[in-house]
Design a protein around this ligand. Structure first.
Ligand code: HSE
Length: 299
């Protein structure tokens, strides 16, 4: 039996659209073994009523990509998916299924693919690298596509900061959140984003956090997506008021993330109070960085 523990991710981090992401300590766990025949999928936790139990299951179809790649044919598969990552909330649940399934299949078939091959396959399925790469390697990752290849650099998050996630009770599909984006962006907005992405990465690499409020600003996707998220302005306003050093949409949303000083112990309660009047329910909690990425073991 193989066990894979794969982290949630928060992508974009404001200006780093489709290229930056951070792994956080919310996990999906996959326990999988070969059996004599058939496909048996048990799902526990987030999305357990909606997740398909047949060949269309994303973990299973991702496993198949690896089996095809290495020409391995299991007789049957039995697996249990224990999901803590909220579904369709901008926390990389799909990337976690893809990465988890591929890493599990690679373990079952004798570890024939290396990290880069798995990364390449996972990015092909997910479409962009900003969730997949940190889910695989942990920490904060910058990634780009060069032809078919995925290039990435892993960074350690700066010391002295932590993250709060603000997760609403409604789903938002990535497809819908990408549909609202324009085909062309004015040059001044591109420069706005490039400069902030540069400052953001430089801040992480040098362990500095005093410019994060500006470095997490964005003009490529957030201005277009905010209409999909009720109380956007209120949440950004209150998060700033209660000490957030930077606030950004997590991936395609609808979750919003605040970067906090480690010593900020009042943020969660203050934000819970602020959102209590909203019509939707917002779950607000601290998360830690996942520094090591996906883990796989034989049990
Ligand atoms: N970078 C992607 C987006 C993340 O913002 O659409 C979602 O997978």
């Amino acid at each position: 039996m193989v066990r894979v523990k794969v982290p949630a991710t928060t992508a974009n981090i404001g200006p780093g659209f489709d290229c930056l992401g951070i792994a956080i300590d919310i996990y999906n766990t996959i326990e999988v073994e070969e059996c004599d025949e058939g496909l048996y999928i048990e799902v526990v936790g987030q999305g357990c009523h909606e997740v398909p139990r047949d060949h269309t299951n994303l973990v299973y179809s991702s496993m198949q990509k690896v089996f095809d790649e290495v020409c391995y044919r299991p007789k049957g598969i039995r697996m249990t998916l224990t999901n803590d990552i909220p579904v369709a909330r901008g926390l990389g649940s799909s990337a976690a299924c893809i990465v988890g399934g591929m890493v599990a299949a690679n373990a079952l078939s004798g570890f024939r693919l290396g990290l880069h091959e798995l990364m390449k396959l996972a990015v092909q399925v997910d479409g962009h690298p900003d969730n997949v790469v940190p889910a695989l390697v942990g920490g904060m990752a910058a990634a780009c596509l060069e032809g078919d290849e995925v290039l990435y650099v892993k960074m350690d998050p700066p010391p002295g900061i932590k993250l709060a996630v603000m997760i609403p009770d409604f789903e938002l599909s990535t497809a819908k959140a990408r549909q609202v984006l324009p085909d062309a962006i004015p040059l001044k907005d591109v420069v706005f984003n490039i400069s902030r992405t540069a400052i953001l990465v430089a801040s992480f690499l040098t362990g500095r956090s005093e410019m994060l409020a500006v470095a997490t600003q964005d003009r490529l996707h957030q201005p277009y997506r905010k209409a999909l998220i009720p109380h956007w302005d209120d949440i950004f306003f209150y998060a700033g008021k209660w000490g957030a050093k930077g606030v950004f949409l997590s991936g395609a949303g609808p979750t919003i993330v605040a970067i906090l000083d480690e010593g900020n112990v009042t943020f969660i309660d203050k934000m819970k109070e602020a959102v209590s009047a909203f019509q939707e329910r917002w779950e607000i909690r601290m998360v830690d960085f996942c520094r090591s990425g996906v883990e796989v073991s034989h049990i």
